[in-house]
Structure formats: structure tokens, C-alpha cells
Design a protein around this ligand. Structure first.
Ligand code: NAD
Length: 351
């Protein structure tokens, strides 16, 4: 396993390897940048082939959080944690408490939250040992709780901005949208799109989840292998990463890709491929920033739920300015977003 020469290392400030024999905990906490403030980013529970794969994942995700937090206009840097689901992993409360003690040792330089595989209950267990945790149940009206409705709202605002920029339409009535993934974000996004009059297609490997959206929002279920290639206006990826590549992009008929999934482009070059195909792509970490805005407001405690929605709504104009620059310069939207994020972080780090 290489650390400093890992292709995803990108000058990480700190990487903490957490091991506890008694509970079977193997975790890695990566802090990419604290230039803007404490590093905020979720903790992922995942089965990795080996520790090299786990390290690569946490470094990549942590750098992504730096960019996401910068573009969401937050005073938080980027970090991430992974807990490795080893063959002996038992998911005990003691294991999560031990993870909490490791987070606490960082003194607030890293603030954890939910990511794939984690739940609000687990966050509460972690919170027994550290103050630096979010994604906890919230009192009504206060920021906090499940971030996915806020993520979905940000994606909805982003779709509105993309539709205006590409289709020159300022309402979504009759807009045809194919949503990949009927999980938390996919469900709340479909709810909003349906209320706005859009016509929906949906796909999920879990047929029950897809069917629920068909029943509640008059959507049509599509095979998972076909959802990206439908004759629609917008594709909204809300499931997996790395779905846009040299194989999938040439088959896409939609003129807009705007969804909540993280890391939609398999590689940066795929951003160029999408642009060359005449498709307007909403950079994922910009459009899906609603959840981290919710988490940040929960942590600082200075904004209520309505205030969170106002901050999330700014994702629309933020994307509109990226779309405008792309149309003016011909640059792919992902390249523009990366440059803006890096500049915000560099300016904050400058003496
Ligand atoms: P989720 O686990 O609730 O939902 C994901 C859904 O995708 C599941 O229903 C799963 O069955 C489905 N799925 C998996 N593979 C699929 C495939 N090949 N085709 C179709 N469906 C498939 O997760 P979520 O919280 O809704 O997050 C969705 C995406 O958005 C993830 O990429 C996540 O990283 C990203 N994201 C989520 C949030 C949030 O607030 N939850 C914030 C930012 C980014």
C-alpha cells in the first residue's frame, strides 16, 4: 500500500489509520484540507478487496468533499472516513464507539456524518464518544436528520437551472426525466419532479423501491440496463458512481445529465466526452451539495430548517454560472467546477 504516492493523495493534510483489536475495527480517516475550516464528510461502511482499495477510496472521497464544501460556500474543509467491513466484522456498538474515540482524538479537525452503509442509529452510537458528529435526529424545525430530502431539493434546483440553460424553459411541466436509483435521494427527487408536472421514468435493482415511485408519482419502471438510454430530456443519476464513460456516453439521448449520485464521471476525460456529445452535465459535487449544507448547519446550529432550504436553493444560480461559462468558453462543466473549487481553497489557504 502506498500513501504519499497514491494517485489520489493530492497533498492530504493528514491520514489516520485506526485499528482496534478488541472490537475488530479497521478504519481510515482522511483529512484533505482544513483551509476553509474543519474537514466535514461522512463515514462509509464498505467491504473492500484490501486496505489499498480502502485507502484509495477514502482519499478520493475526501478530496471530493473539499471541492463539494468549497462549492457549497461552506466554512468547512474536506475529509472522509471509511470503516472496513472485514470477514470478522460484527458491527457492534463497541466498534462504533471505538471509531468515535478516534474521531474525538482529532479534536474537531474532522467531523463525521452518515455515508453509504451508515444509519442515524450508528451516528448516535458514535456520538457517545465524540462531539464531532452530525446526521443525528433533529428537533422539528431545526437543521439535521436525514440529509437526503435536502440533497434532492438541491438536485431539483439544479435541474431547473439546466433546463433553463439548455432548453430555454422556465418550468418543468411535461419535462421527461429518467431517474436512476429509487433510494433516498431518488424518491424525494421524484416527488418534487412529479409535483412540478414532469413525466418520470425510474429504475432500481430493488424492484419494490422502483414500484413505489411508479405508484406514488405515476412513473414508468425501466430496466436497469436501459434507464440511461431513454428518449428523455434529462437523466438524473441517483444510484452509483462511474456510470458515465466511453461505453455509456455515446448511447445517451438526453441533452442534460443532472442527478445526485457522487462521482458520476468514470474519469475526468469523460467530462470532455459528455461535452463533445452536446450534453449539459451538472457537476455532481455541485448539484448534490444539499446534504452537506444540511449537515454543516446542524453542526453550527445557527440556521433553522427554512434557512437550510434557502442555502440549498443557491445551488441553482451556482450551476447557472458554470453553465454560462461553459457555453462561453466551450470548456467542460467539470473542468470549470474543479478550477473554481481549487481557487476557493487556495485563496483560503493563502497567508
Ligand atoms: P440509497 O442507498 O438510499 O439509494 C441508492 C439506490 O440505488 C438504491 O435503492 C439501490 O438499490 C439503487 N441502485 C444500486 N445500483 C443500481 C443500479 N445499477 N441501477 C439502478 N439502481 C441502483 O442512497 P442515496 O442516499 O439515495 O444516495 C444515492 C446517491 O446519491 C449515491 O451516489 C450517494 O453517494 C449520493 N449522495 C447522497 C446524498 C444523501 O443525502 N443521501 C448526498 C450526496 C450524494
Amino acid at each position: 500500500m502506498t500513501v504519499f504516492s497514491n494517485p489520489a493523495f493530492d497533498n492530504h493534510e493528514r491520514v489516520l489509520f485506526c485499528c482496534d483489536d478488541a472490537t475488530g475495527l479497521f478504519a481510515i480517516i482522511a483529512i484533505h484540507s482544513t483551509a476553509l475550516g474543519p474537514a466535514a464528510g461522512g463515514c462509509r461502511l464498505w467491504t473492500y478487496a484490501d486496505d489499498t482499495e480502502a485507502l484509495h477510496d477514502v482519499l478520493r472521497l475526501s478530496q471530493g468533499m473539499s471541492y463539494k464544501n468549497a462549492m457549497a460556500d461552506l466554512t468547512f474543509g474536506g475529509g472522509k472516513a471509511v470503516i472496513m467491513q472485514t470477514p470478522d466484522f460484527d458491527g457492534s456498538e463497541a466498534l462504533y464507539e471505538r471509531f468515535g474515540t478516534f474521531v474525538e482524538t482529532l479534536g474537531g479537525d474532522y467531523i463525521t456524518a452518515e455515508d453509504v452503509g451508515m444509519t442515524m442509529d450508528i451516528m448516535q452510537t458514535i456520538a457517545r464518544k465524540t462531539r464531532f458528529v452530525t446526521g443525528l435526529p433533529s428537533d422539528s424545525g431545526k437543521a439535521g436528520g436525514d440529509p437526503s430530502p435536502k440533497t434532492a431539493y438541491g438536485v431539483f434546483c439544479g435541474i431547473e437551472a439546466a433546463v433553463l440553460a439548455r432548453l430555454e424553459r422556465d418550468d418543468l411541466r411535461g419535462l421527461r426525466v429518467a431517474v436512476q436509483g429509487a433510494g433516498h435521494v431518488g424518491y424525494y427527487l421524484c416527488k418534487r419532479l412529479h409535483a412540478a408536472g414532469a413525466s418520470l421514468m425510474v429504475s432500481d435493482i430493488d424492484e419494490v423501491r422502483a414500484q413505489r415511485i411508479c405508484d406514488e408519482f405515476n412513473a414508468t419502471a425501466i430496466a436497469t440496463s436501459e434507464i440511461l438510454y431513454q428518449d428523455v430530456d434529462v437523466i438524473a443519476p441517483c444510484a452509483l458512481g462511474a456510470i458515465l464513460d466511453e461505453n455509456s456516453i455515446p448511447k445517451i439521448q438526453a441533452s442534460i445529465i443532472a442527478g445526485g449520485a457522487n462521482n458520476q464521471l468514470r474519469s475526468n476525460a469523460d467530462g470532455q466526452r459528455v461535452a463533445d456529445a452536446g450534453i449539459l452535465y451538472a457537476p455532481d459535487y455541485v448539484i448534490n451539495g444539499g446534504g452537506i449544507i444540511n449537515v454543516a448547519c446542524e453542526y453550527t446550529g445557527d440556521v433553522d430548517d427554512d434557512g437550510v432550504m434557502e442555502l440549498v436553493a443557491k445551488i441553482g444560480p451556482r450551476l447557472a454560472s458554470i453553465f454560462e461559462e461553459a457555453s462561453r468558453t466551450g470548456e467542460p462543466t467539470n473542468v470549470i467546477a474543479d478550477r473554481l473549487a481549487r481557487k476557493i481553497i487556495a485563496d483560503a489557504a493563502a497567508p
